[in-house]
Design a binder for this molecule. Structure first.
Ligand SMILES: Cc1cc2ncn([C@H]3O[C@H](COP(=O)(O)O)[C@@H](O)[C@H]3O)c2cc1C
Ligand SMILES: O=C(O)c1cccnc1
Length: 338
């Protein structure tokens, strides 16, 4: 594949990161002619017990359910970018604290509630161990279904008020970092809100540290995660097993990847990093993963929006391999020596 790329009608290496992405996709697909088929984004939505307290989130918990309805009506940023770039979109109710059954027949909706919002991790683990495993299995099952439609490129988005706090706790636990380095403003916390968020999460870490640091990534996910984060974890694991191209989104989506990577280190072989989020901590997460994100747009939204914006670039990477002429064929045609 490297020789094919180097023989294209361009100076060697001149397509930069796109060349590395083409090589990576070639390896994922075990092919010299890789292709992106039926790109798709799944948004996992779930509520967080802590969010009901308002201590860590500028926006109220009810926004999660409202946004799921917005996704299903086509009005969110992720809808716009998926329409623009011809990307399929599915919304999974992983554990929203609202009855969404009125949407059960919507073609883009998957009803996969593990619970009605997690428990507040100030009191105990966010989920039971059984719920954690159930949500992971549900995430895996969704990928098995999507893969069977011929999709080979997938991105994961999330919606869950308060979930930047889960992501910060998971990051701190998985990467052994102090919370000061992992907690950020989320949807836009003020200085005072950020101080309360950090203090609250420090208390939570102190309470559960003994359990999570001595035990498995699953235990950490159980204590600090959420239904949508656990489903994303399962989805990463299944997508990598199926050798899909995985387009990793922002801070929360990457936190779920940290957990998945702990369970199966080979997951990251299939990952392409869409962007570096404006959320403080994401660049550090990416650095730990050795990632070179495609975009740096100051996005701090989630929903899979960075993945949707990066997918056309990934498509360009496989297209140049397939469609560009080679210098050797040009020389054969024109006789001009190189
Ligand atoms: C209207 C609205 C749309 C969103 N879409 C994604 N998020 C993003 O913000 C949330 C995380 O930030 P925090 O931890 O500060 O609550 C997640 O739901 C995430 O997907 C949104 C947030 C809001 C308010
Ligand atoms: O980077 C993200 O994905 C992000 C940042 C802030 C809030 N929600 C999501």
């Amino acid at each position: 594949m490297k020789t094919i790329i180097d023989d294209k009608t361009k100076p060697v290496g001149s397509l930069g990161l796109l060349e590395d992405i083409a090589l990576q996709i070639g390896k994922i697909q075990l092919s010299d002619a890789p292709e992106i088929r039926k790109p798709h984004i799944i948004v996992f939505a779930g509520d967080h017990g802590i969010a009901a307290t308002g201590k860590v989130n500028p926006y109220p918990q009810e926004i999660t359910a409202l946004m799921v309805e917005n996704f299903l009506r086509g009005g969110a940023a992720i809808n716009v970018f998926c329409r623009q770039n011809n990307i399929g979109l599915t919304i999974a109710d992983s554990g929203v604290n609202a009855d969404l059954s009125a949407w059960n027949n919507h073609p883009q909706f998957i009803a996969a509630k593990t619970g009605w919002g997690t428990n507040n991790y100030e009191d105990g683990p966010a989920m039971s161990f059984q719920e954690t495993e159930q949500a992971i299995a549900a995430g895996r099952a969704i990928i098995d279904n999507i893969a069977s439609t011929g999709c080979n490129t997938i991105g994961f988005g999330e919606m869950g008020i308060g979930n930047s706090s889960s992501a910060s706790l998971l990051m701190a636990a998985m990467l052994h970092l102090p919370l000061e380095k992992t907690v950020g403003r989320g949807t836009g916390a003020s200085d005072e809100q950020l101080r309360v968020k950090l203090d609250t999460l420090k208390q939570v870490m102190k309470k559960h540290q003994g359990v999570v640091t001595l035990q498995s990534p699953l235990k950490t996910l159980q204590y600090f995660g959420g239904y949508e984060i656990a489903m994303m974890t399962g989805a990463y694991l299944a997508a990598a097993k199926k050798r899909m191209v995985i387009v990793v989104d922002g801070f929360i989506a990457t936190a779920a990847l940290l957990v998945a990577r702990e369970i199966d280190p080979e997951v990251t072989d299939c990952c392409i990093y869409a962007h570096c989020s404006g959320e403080q901590g994401h660049h550090r997460m990416l650095h730990h993963l050795g990632a070179r994100p495609l975009l740096n747009l100051g996005l701090r939204l989630g929903e899979g929006t960075g993945s949707a914006l990066a997918m056309p670039l990934i498509e360009s990477a496989v297209r140049f391999v397939k469609e560009m002429a080679t210098l050797s064929s040009l020389v054969a045609k024109t006789g001009i020596p190189t």
